[in-house]
Design a protein around this ligand. Sequence first.
Ligand SMILES: [Fe+2]
Ligand SMILES: [Fe+2]
Length: 335
Amino acid sequence: MDYQQRLPEIEALVRETFSLWDEQRVGFSWRHYYLNHSLRVRALALTLARQEGADPDVVAYAATLHDLTKRYDGALALDANGKRRLDRDGYWVTETLPPARANHVTALYDELGLAGQVHHLSGAALTERILAEAGYPRPFINAVAHAIRAHVTPQNATAAELEALYRPPEARVLHDADLMDANLGLVAFYRNIQIHAGRALAQTGAPLDPRAYIELVAPWVETKDPFLPRFRTATGQAMAAARQERNRQLVAWIAVEQPLGEPAWHYGVLGVITLFLEEPEDPSLTRALQHLQTEWLPARRAELARDGRAPHAAALLARAEQFADLLRDEVAGRI
Ligand SMILES: [Fe+2]
Ligand SMILES: [Fe+2]
């Protein structure tokens, strides 16, 4: 079977499924996050797979499908004391959010009675069924479903159970790519921006003030150090450490730009942060990066050419360019 040639069919099904809900923001996610995250995780997982000897076809399918049922996750369920409710296995329980429209995936979800299951298990069950219907070989299906099941680490598993779960390199690679995308590097920084932007929008109805947000970046980067030992591959550990270093660099850049005032908010990384905070209702990293590269940066290059004597402007813009290049390479799973 030509796995690569048939992957676009699977990707189209995932894309269609994510589009069946109309909610723009749910919890720590937003409408465009699901697909953008899945495609970034795939790119990164394929980079890790090359270094770790994992099967690239299993990894590509598992990454594409890993969050297939994630849009069913609604608000976190709370207990009588207002605390987040945990299930028997220690996972946060969420309300089930029904889609506004149906497709083959949602029909199977109902048929298999998957409502209420955690998304990595319901996603694995659906994947098995979808790939079997499409005639994929059983060992391939099992390997893909196993990696999807393992992408969230069980809370109460024994050491022996974990060893078995993460024995296949495909499972380790997908786990690491998923953990990395959400927590480390400039892609995770964008996620943090949007989490705060969404919270501000819900609480005040207004966009978040970028000057208030930048005070939160250094403490956020600190919270990510404990993630570094959780990576399961040597390549994942090295990339995670490099991304955390990149975010410390970002904190240093913000500290340099802050005293420069207005030019930094126009030409620098602070200007990029302002751009990212402009569409809090319906954000998209893919769209924002595209805009940054094709409109925001070229407009400022042209301005700088006319306004070359503005103090620090050239250095600020060079930094914004560097930020955009690094973000692009992370989105492509290269770094
Ligand atoms: Fe997930
Ligand atoms: Fe994920």
